[in-house]
Structures are given as structure tokens and as C-alpha cells.
Design a protein around this ligand. Sequence first.
Ligand code: C2E
Ligand code: MG
Ligand code: MG
Ligand code: MG
Length: 288
Amino acid sequence: NAKSAGRQTYCLFRKGMGAEVRQRREMEKDLHAALADDQFELYFQPRLNLATGNIVSYEALIRWNHPDHGLVSPVEFIPVAENSGQIIGIGKFVLERALAVAAQEIPTGNISLNVSPVQFRDKDFIEDVARAIKASGIPANRIELEITENTLIEDDARALSILTKLKDIGVKIALDDFGVGYSSLSYLSRFPFDCIKIDRSFVLEAQQNYNALAIIEAVVRLGKALDMRIVAEGLEDTENLCLLAAQGCHEVQGYLIGKPVPVNKLVRVAPKAVLAALDQIRFAAELG
Ligand code: C2E
Ligand code: MG
Ligand code: MG
Ligand code: MG
């Protein structure tokens, strides 16, 4: 089928000298057409509050429907777009589309958007955020911007100044993919995060590795002391759910709760099995 064939087409270019450069050039060309031809689409993945069992938030995740290559993963094309600067246009698209969709289809709960380090440092970024929010009519405090540690390492003072301006607009800020990368604990005290998202690989590790689990417990405690919400990413089974609930995580996101889907398939309530597991966790907690 076109999808799997397409993925392979891009990968084939990886072999051989100069092929990588050629592949990147070709993708840049295709990305240019993608914005003009409306080939990007946003999927939405739910986030569950463990205390209430409610879906409290949706993360917008970009998808590229390539005319020849089928669905291309953001893991593949975001780095290329960052390198070429095309991420600025793509980021604006995500901002505007996500808020427009949310205004129509998501009456309650928050909307999370991923922000690239390149986009974050663009001179128009703060203005773009303010304008998109105003145009959508959505209260700023329902919008959360997810940034990663890469965004912060370069120029501390500048990053802090941008974050402060974003907070002034009223949006929430989440630190995404925590636990991989640099993960300096001092980031948590220096920058005004509302939320820490513990990376999926770290969550997975906690299932097998007592040290990883102990670190999650410490991060939860630290986050709570700093008045931040702790979200665990990449939950795939109820065992993991129990583990993270026991550590005191506030919210979880992952295939167990719902995969990223187009807005017409939006997951509005958690699966029954998840709600039943939460009931059991609560029951066990009451018994002490
Ligand atoms: P992320 O922000 O950490 O997003 C979470 C990724 O984990 C998503 O992959 C999601 O589909 C996947 N995921 C969620 N739950 C599970 C699970 O239970 N199991 C597994 N195996 N995976 C799970 P996706 O959509 O492919 O996005 C990958 C990354 O691409 C994102 O990581 C983010 O860094 C980037 N990205 C996606 N959309 C955007 C965007 O609009 N702008 C920017 N700048 N980056 C984006
Ligand atoms: Mg994210
Ligand atoms: Mg993440
Ligand atoms: Mg990420």
C-alpha cells in the first residue's frame, strides 16, 4: 500500500553517500508544498486526571498526509523543518488550527501544543500566540505550551524572558519529555512551569527498575512542592497505571487512555477498564 511504500521511499535515500542530504532536500521541497496544499492534520490525544477519572486535556500532535508517501511521522519531518526554518510556518499552522478546532469541538479541558526550540526563539512567537488566542476566543489559561529542555539550555536569560511573557499572556507551560536529555533539576526552580511531563521511556523503565521508580517518586514530590502538576506519558497498561497512581502522579497520557486521533474521533471519556482500575486503586487506598 501507499503508506508503507512511502515510508520506505524516504528510508531508501538514507543508504549511500550524499543520500541523506538528497533526502533532506527532497523533504524540504515536499514540506513547502505540504503547507500550501493543506497536507497537515492535527490528531488529539487525551490526558486523564487520576483523582477524578476525567479527561482534562488534549495534546495536539501533527500528522503529515504525504500525497505519495502516506502518513509521515513528526519524528521524521520536524527535525528537517527545524533545520530549514520551515518549522516557523508549521508551528503557526499548529497554533491556529489547534485553537480553531478547540473552539469548535473541545468545550472543556485544556489544549496542549508542542513548541519547537526554533519556534520558541522566533521573534514573532509571543505575538503569534497572543493573536491566535484572541482570534479563537479561548481563555488563555486553557492553553498549555509544551517545551523541552533543549529549549532552555542555550540562553538562560532569554528563555526566561520569553517564558515570563507567555505566562503574562496567561498560558500554561509544560516541560515535556522530562527524564531524558539534560534534566537539570535547577530548571524546575528557575523556570515557571505549571506541569512536568515524565517521558515515556522513563515511565517504561520504572516498571523494571527500582531506581527509575524512586526517581519518579522524588520528581512527584518535588513537583508538588513547587506547585506543578505531574503527568506520566506513554501509559500502555493498567499495571503501569497503578504504579504511577501509587507514586502520586496527577495525570496520565498514553495508548491505555486513548491513542492520538482526528478530532471527529475525539476520546471524551476514559475506557471502562481504566475507570474500573482507578476505582480499585481508590478502594485499596481507602483500606490503607
Ligand atoms: P511528544 O510531544 O512527547 O508526544 C508524545 C508522543 O508519544 C506522540 O508521538 C504520541 O503519539 C506518542 N505516544 C503517546 N502515548 C503513547 C503510548 O502509550 N505508547 C507509545 N508507544 N507512544 C505513545 P507522535 O505523535 O509521533 O509525536 C512525536 C513527537 O513529535 C512529539 O513527542 C513531539 O516532540 C513532536 N511533535 C508532534 N507534533 C508536533 C507539533 O505540532 N509541533 C512540534 N514542534 N512537535 C511536534
Ligand atoms: Mg508533547
Ligand atoms: Mg513527550
Ligand atoms: Mg517530545
